[in-house]
Design a binder for this molecule. Structure first.
Ligand SMILES: Cc1cc2nc3c(=O)[nH]c(=O)nc-3n(C[C@H](O)[C@H](O)[C@H](O)COP(=O)(O)O)c2cc1C
Length: 170
């Protein structure tokens, strides 16, 4: 038995260590949303958002292949990325609820293509989809930013599985 179990534990340890190593990279958190031409909306909390190009302005984020929201993003021509502010920390619980209840009590307005945009977000990027590329167990969504806005509010920070405050070094 030992001989069979040890390699599996090694693989689990490696996977955990890999996640911990990735956790050393601080990010923000964003709520990315889309709406189908039929009007169905979906959204999920992400931290895989990044800027790709300044001219033209392009951004990307990654969607897990097992995400239930995938059927909506697959057919939506646009998506919206709302960067959470520090004050929006209490919304996290709602944004992680099962898909059917995720928008309940969450203040949103319709953005480009009807993609829901979080009210009072630290920044918003409304995008048209440029490409969707399969990459391992995720899809990479590349979008062209058609409209953006920002507020002075501090963004919510995410590091090693915890949410926190950005403290600028002296
Ligand atoms: C802080 C944080 C960051 C996340 N980042 C991503 C991400 O970049 N991509 C992703 O597909 N899921 C990410 N998730 C998981 C999704 O929010 C979501 O729970 C999962 O994809 C299930 O989506 P579904 O309801 O569409 O099935 C993250 C979750 C948390 C709490």
């Amino acid at each position: 038995m030992d001989g069979l179990e040890t390699p599996r534990l090694d693989a689990e340890d490696r996977a955990r260590e890999y996640r911990h190593a990735l956790g050393r990279f601080p990010t923000g958190v964003a709520f990315v949303t889309a709406r189908t031409p039929e009007g169905d909306a979906a959204g999920l909390l992400i931290n895989s958002f990044t800027s790709v190009s300044l001219t033209p302005p392009m951004v990307l984020w990654c969607l897990g292949l097992s995400a239930r929201s995938r059927s909506v993003f697959a057919v939506a021509p646009t998506f919206a990325v709302s960067i959470l502010s520090e004050e929006q920390r209490p919304l996290i619980t709602a944004l992680c609820r099962p898909l059917e209840q995720r928008f309940q009590g969450v203040p949103v307005r319709d953005g480009l293509g009807g993609a829901p945009v979080l009210e009072d977000a630290a920044a918003v990027f409304e995008c048209s989809v440029v490409t969707v590329t399969r990459a391992g167990d995720h899809e990479v969504y590349l979008g062209q930013v058609e409209h953006f806005e920002r507020r002075e509010d501090s963004p919510l920070a995410y590091l090693a599985g915890q949410y926190g405050r950005v403290q600028v070094a002296a």
